[in-house]
Design a protein around this ligand. Sequence first.
Ligand code: COA
Length: 347
Amino acid sequence: MSISELGYSLDEWDIETIDEDELGAIVDLTNEISAESEPRHTDLTTDEFRMFVNSPGQIRRRFVVRSRTYSPVALLSTNYADDGSNRGRLRVIIAVAPEHRRRGIGSRLLDKAVAIAKELERSTLTGEVSDTVKAGRAFLTAVGGKATLEHHLNSVEIADLDRDLLEQWVDQGPERAPGYSVHVFDGNFPDEHLEGMAHLYLVLERDMPTPEGQEPREWTPDLIHQFMEHYLQGTEALTALAIHEESGQAAGMSQLVRRTANPSTWIVTTTMVDPVHRGHALGKWVKGAVNIDDRWPEGEYQETENASTNDAMLGINHAMGFEYGLTMAEVEVDVDQVERYLDSTDH
Ligand SMILES: CC(C)(COP(=O)(O)OP(=O)(O)OC[C@H]1O[C@@H](n2cnc3c(N)ncnc32)[C@H](O)[C@@H]1OP(=O)(O)O)[C@@H](O)C(=O)NCCC(=O)NCCS
């Protein structure tokens, strides 16, 4: 059945040109769907939405399904990196308002995603499901896809963090890592560290657990700068950077980010140490340094996502008091398989 036979319309929209009221209705739908999966969700404003869904470095298309009363009821977005990495893969986000599920809308959107993948000669669709919304996993199973990597969303109440332990990690830093220094930056990175940060992002993507077949993307100093400027429109960031003094190389980092509109929840975006600089407790030093920085004296929660197989990171986070919250899974399905599924159902 087509989307119009189901009683809906499907339109592509552009974030630069969409009417403000129409965008507002799409943001309301996104907030409703996010509240279902994120335990501590607070609504995004239209400006925040614009920022979060439009980060640099990606090529995107977006679609909205509307009911007969012109209310948005489902969304599809597709994206891929603009640097030529992961040429066989297309990232897909599909979300349907709870009261419009099980009518075949998700399947129609998947059909649209397949058409885009074929135009781009990409053979695998990738996405994410959360265990807080059972329908996501059920849909994936019905379509014949699979989960490839699980992430745990872990959190800690900031008041419960062991400050003595964090201070100890910082105090012991120079002794356990002689020849290194740690600096904490508020906001964007100073120009002289952009090259080092680009190197760390590449190492991170190369090194962290990722689904098989996923390649790291290219990171340039310019993209790092643009990326930070983009997010700093609606967030604040504190970044601890470890430098190997003799070579001047960036050796590791830890970053906290918070939404300006919701400063009580801090997100740990990245903590990493370049493998060539491991074994000197730099991970603890950068983690401690960003956490005890007095520029952010108060907050309620910290949240972080860790691959469930990442023992080194989980070890540090458990020592800090982080506790398991929920599981999200990276998922994928071949375009051929989706076509077989769609041919076999009357959706
Ligand atoms: C996953 C989601 C997009 C499915 O949308 P939908 O419009 O309900 O999908 P469809 O009606 O096309 O369902 C297709 C098939 O998937 C399976 N399915 C979907 N939801 C299911 C559920 N809650 N329980 C069991 N099976 C389910 C069924 O086999 C269904 O066919 P059927 O209704 O004939 O039995 C929707 O539930 C949603 O938005 N979830 C939250 C966001 C999310 O997790 N997205 C993941 C994709 S990136």
